[in-house]
Design a protein around this ligand. Structure first.
Ligand code: FNR
Length: 385
C-alpha cells in the first residue's frame, strides 16, 4: 500500500484504493455497465484532443476562479454526487465536503448519501449542491427541497439517467451487498483487507438520512423503500414543477444531446450536466468530451454546461473549458482518494488536480478561464492551422 505522500496523480489513488478496499467494493466504484466501453471512452477520449499552447502571454498570476450554478468556485470543479461513501471509509461524505470546501471547489451531495443534508449544511461553508432523484410523490420531493433550503444549499441538481438500473456485471459477479455482508464469496476479499474491516466495523451503523426525513431504518430496507418510490416517468412538466418549487440555480444531470439541453432551458434549468453517469447506466453512448462543444454551441448563453465523466487530470478540465464547458464534475477519483486515505486523501488529491489545472493554464498561456478558448485545443493529429 503506497503512503499518501507517494500519491500524485489520480492513478496513484486508484492503485491505493485497490489495495485497501475489498474487491467487491473497489469494483463497485470502478465498474460500469455492460462492457464498460463508454466508461473507458469517457477517459480515453480526452486524448483525442491536443492542447495548443500560446506563448509570450503574461501568466505571472493565474486564476481559475469562476461562478457556476450561483456558486463562486476557486476553480471549475465540482465533486459529483456519489452514494454511500461511508461504505468505503468512515470519514464518508462529511470528509469529502470539508476537503472540497477547503480546496474552493463545489460539492454535490447525493440523495443516497450516508450523511444528511443538515450535517453537510452545518459542516461545509463551501458551495453545496443537492442531487435529487425524482420520487413519484411530489410531497416527498418538496420535503427534500425544503430541507435543502433550510440547510443553506446553493443549488439543486436532478439526475435523470437512472430510470432503470444499469447492468453492472462486476457487482453481479462479486455478489456485492449493501451494506457489505460476510458471505462465502465475500469472506476471502474481506479477510485480506484488515485496514478497511477495522474502519468499517469502527464506523458504526450507517443509514440513508436523505431518503426519509428521520433517516431511520435498516439500510437495505431503506434502499428498497426508495426504489419503490422512484418516479417511473420523468416528464419535462414534472421537471419544470421541481425547478419552480426550488426557485434557485437548478441543473439537470444526465443529458447527452443538444435538443434535450434546450428543452432543459425551457423547463427552467440554469445548467445542464452532460453526463452518462460515468458509463454506469447506458453503455454504447458517446464520451462526454466528444459532445460538449456541440451542446455548448446549441445552447449559447441560455444555460451553463457542466461536463461530467472521465475527468482525471487538470489538463482534462482545461480541455473541457476550451471546448466551452463552464465547469467539470468528477466522481471516481475522489472516491479512490477517500477509500485509501480518508479526508486527508481527498484534500491531497484535490490540491494536486487544482495545481495541474493552474499549471496547464499557465503552460498554454492563459491567466484566466475567460482566455481559454477553442484556439487552445485541436483534434489530435490534425494539421496545425
Ligand atoms: C455515482 N454517480 C451518481 N450520480 C448521481 O447522480 N447520484 C448518485 O447517487 C451517484 N452515485 C454514484 C456512486 C458511485 C460509486 C459512482 C462511481 C458514481 C455518478 C457520478 O455522479 C458521476 O456522474 C460519475 O462518477 C462521473 O464519472 P467519473 O468522474 O467517475 O468518470
Amino acid at each position: 500500500m503506497p503512503r499518501l505522500a507517494q500519491c500524485y496523480g489520480t492513478a496513484d489513488y486508484e492503485d491505493a484504493a485497490r489495495r485497501r478496499l475489498p474487491r467487491p467494493l473497489f469494483d463497485y466504484i470502478c465498474g460500469a455497465a455492460d462492457d464498460e466501453k463508454t466508461a473507458a471512452a469517457n477517459v480515453a477520449s480526452f486524448d483525442r484532443y491536443d492542447l495548443v499552447p500560446r506563448y509570450m502571454a503574461d501568466v505571472t498570476r493565474v486564476s481559475a476562479a469562476t461562478r457556476v450554478l450561483g456558486c463562486d468556485l476557486e476553480w471549475p470543479l465540482i465533486l459529483a454526487p456519489t452514494g454511500m461513501s461511508r461504505m468505503f471509509h468512515p470519514d464518508g461524505e462529511q470528509g469529502v465536503a470539508i476537503a472540497a470546501s477547503d480546496a474552493g471547489c463545489g460539492y454535490a451531495l447525493s440523495t443516497m448519501a450516508t450523511a444528511s443534508i443538515e450535517e453537510i449544511g452545518a459542516i461545509s461553508a463551501g458551495p453545496k449542491i443537492y442531487q435529487l432523484y425524482l420520487l413519484a410523490d411530489d410531497a416527498l420531493n418538496f420535503a427534500s427541497i425544503d430541507r435543502c433550503k433550510a440547510a443553506g444549499f446553493d443549488a439543486l441538481c436532478l439526475t435523470v439517467d437512472t430510470i432503470v438500473a444499469g447492468n453492472r456485471e462486476r457487482d453481479l459477479r462479486s455478489g456485492l451487498t449493501v451494506p457489505p455482508r460476510l458471505t462465502p464469496t465475500s469472506l476471502a476479499s474481506f479477510a485480506t483487507r484488515p485496514g478497511w474491516c477495522l474502519g468499517y466495523l469502527g464506523g458504526g451503523k450507517f443509514s440513508l438520512p436523505n431518503v426519509t426525513a428521520d433517516g431511520g431504518g435498516d439500510l437495505s430496507t431503506l434502499a428498497a423503500f426508495f426504489a419503490s418510490k422512484m418516479e417511473s416517468h420523468i416528464s419535462w412538466e414534472r421537471i419544470a414543477k421541481i425547478a419552480a418549487y426550488w426557485g434557485g440555480p437548478f441543473a439537470i444531470k444526465g443529458l447527452q444531446c443538444a435538443d434535450d439541453a434546450l428543452r432543459a432551458a425551457d423547463a427552467g434549468a440554469s445548467a445542464v450536466i452532460i453526463s452518462n453517469h460515468g458509463g454506469r447506466q447506458l453503455d454504447g453512448g458517446a464520451a462526454m468530451i466528444d459532445i460538449v462543444a456541440d451542446i455548448v454551441d446549441a445552447v449559447g448563453d441560455r444555460v451553463e454546461v457542466i461536463l461530467d465523466g472521465g475527468v482525471r487530470r487538470g489538463s482534462h478540465i482545461v480541455k473541457a473549458i476550451a471546448m466551452g464547458a463552464h465547469a467539470c464534475m468528477t466522481g471516481r477519483p475522489y472516491l479512490y482518494a477517500l477509500s485509501a486515505f480518508g479526508t486527508a486523501g481527498v484534500e491531497r488529491w484535490l490540491g494536486g488536480i487544482k495545481q495541474e489545472t493552474l499549471r496547464t493554464m499557465a503552460l498554454i498561456g492563459c491567466a484566466t478561464l475567460a482566455e481559454v478558448s477553442r484556439e487552445h485545443v485541436r483534434l489530435a493529429g490534425a494539421a496545425p492551422a
